[in-house]
Ligand binder design. Structure first.
Ligand SMILES: [Zn+2]
Length: 97
């Protein structure tokens, strides 16, 4: 579901489903949500422990990935095996990126 479709669906319903809430949580990591989506998500998180845990876990994963990146990006001793490089190049080529 595209961001616009989700925006439209969410703003036309007063109560988010857990699926919609989890999609908004994921999207919020990449870019700011609209005001109406933020309000609806906050309300959903207030009443839903499962989505609150999901949000917390995603944040923790993001922090861990950021730490890992900081530790590894300037370490020249870390290299990818050629076999892995070829797989990545093939995957990117298959996606026409
Ligand atoms: Zn939920």
């Amino acid at each position: 579901m595209s961001r616009d479709e989700l925006d439209h669906r969410v703003t036309n319903n007063t109560m988010l489903t857990c699926k919609q809430a989890s999609q908004l949580i994921s999207q919020s990591l990449d870019h700011p949500l609209s005001l109406s989506n933020r309000i609806q998500l906050r309300f959903h998180l207030f009443i839903c422990d499962a989505c609150s845990r999901f949000r917390k876990q995603l944040k923790q994963i993001g922090i861990a990935l950021q730490r890992m990146r900081q530790l590894t990006e300037n370490d020249d001793s870390i290299t990818l095996p050629t076999k892995i490089k070829v797989r990545i190049i093939d995957w990117v080529a298959s996606k026409h990126l």
